[in-house]
Design a protein around this ligand. Sequence first.
Ligand code: DAK
Length: 259
Amino acid sequence: MVYKNILVEKKEGIGTIKINRPKVLNALNKETMQEISKAIGELNQDKKIKVAILTGEGKAFIAGADINQMKDMTSLEAKEFAELGHSMLLKIENSRLPFIAAINGYALGGGCETIMACDICIASESAKLGQPEINLGVHPGFGGTQRLPRLVGRMKAKELLLTGENINADEACRIGLINMVVEDNNLIEATEKIAKKIASKSPIQTDFIKSLVNKGTDIDIHSACSLEISYFSSSFSTKDQKEGMSAFLEKKKPTFTGK
Ligand code: DAK
């Protein structure tokens, strides 16, 4: 598929979506969010793809929702805009693919909200993250008031949301907002290394693990453990389970087929 605002590349089981509006620091307008949603669908459908990377062109990952597009919105238009953002982020969370955010620069507002829907976040050392919406007279509209406290705790979340201050990549890592920080010129290599590792696992299990963690942490522990039992038992009807355990006992490297 041809897109206007994003680039999609597929290689070695990895699907990369790169937001490509560097002149406006990859700000998310409606069209870009619609294209990202479509691209996620496209990658989900392609059984050769085992893992996805989301990154940005230029000096920003995503500097937020597009302020030009939002400025004159009516309440109804703002509702539709927020729904579009939420729907895109739910597509990331509900995708069978583990999503790795390669944060190449600013991840602000909607950009920070986007990384919070991903499964692993790797930032370059010069990246800046934050929720500056309060400086624009609004609050986050793509789940930031909800996912941020779940990730970093209510105190730290409220500090970031109420002050609108950006933090650097090391601080983001320290508070548990991202997984790791790498040198700027090593971001894609480090991200692809992890992506390749995940791509070599059973795609059934990467999907199960992602679902269990995402769904399980939003429900009570007893229901969540029941969910784990049910996914665990169905794992034993897969060829990948037989392959993984036989390969271990035969001291071989497993080859998972996703069956
Ligand atoms: N939207 C539109 N354009 C943006 C942008 C954005 N978020 N961020 C940057 N740009 C544009 C700039 O206007 C500039 O355009 P020109 O002047 O060249 O035409 C170009 O990108 C380069 O930016 P700068 O010249 O400012 O670059 P600097 O390196 O000096 O500064 C910066 C980089 C990231 C610190 C700065 O650009 C900045 O502060 N950007 C805005 C960051 C921000 O506030 N992000 C949060 C956006 S609000 C909702 C409620 C809320 C939301 C959504 C829905 N509902 C209830 C519906 C809000 C979401 C947000 O994300």
